[in-house]
Ligand binder design. Structure first.
Ligand SMILES: [Zn+2]
Ligand SMILES: [Zn+2]
Length: 150
């Protein structure tokens, strides 16, 4: 069995190739990959600041369209809040991965495996049912023992 199933292309920033991916997180992903015995697809791993900003602004714009907010001031405050969040993105730090799940049973499988690592290793898990991915990160500068939905 190979030690590493992930090509640099799967880990690097899609826009510029930046790759500062955490060896510790790579080890966890490889261990999950061995357990599943099927390809483990990452929606997102490393991001540069520009790419992360682009993704977040796209999401922000969608949120605003949904809420039909037209007030420029509110928009500006939200952009500022978003940029604070971006500065701290675990993806920029190379400490995060979004694992794609394409069915409820895959979500189950990934979460079951992730929970094996929760405390002491993975303490931060984000779940997005709508888009179908599980975010995990090893960012110790953020609150630990936390699970959230998007
Ligand atoms: Zn980039
Ligand atoms: Zn993520």
């Amino acid at each position: 069995m190979p030690d590493n199933y992930f090509q640099p292309r799967e880990l690097e920033c899609p826009c510029c190739g930046r790759n500062n991916f955490s060896p510790g997180l790579l080890g966890i992903l490889n261990s999950m990959r061995r357990t599943f015995n099927r390809p483990l697809i990452l929606n997102s791993a490393c991001r540069c600041r520009n790419y992360d900003l682009k993704l977040n602004l796209k999401k922000l714009r969608k949120d605003f369209e949904r809420r039909k907010m037209r007030n420029g001031l509110i928009y500006r405050i939200a952009v500022e809040e978003e940029s604070l969040k971006i500065r701290a993105s675990s993806h920029i730090k190379g400490l995060a991965a979004d694992i794609r799940v394409s069915s409820p049973s895959e979500m189950d499988e990934v979460l079951r495996e992730v929970y094996q690592y929760v405390a002491p290793v993975i303490q931060r898990v984000g779940i997005n049912f709508e888009k179908g991915f599980v975010h995990i990160d090893l960012d110790t500068e953020k609150p630990q023992c936390i699970c959230w939905g998007y």
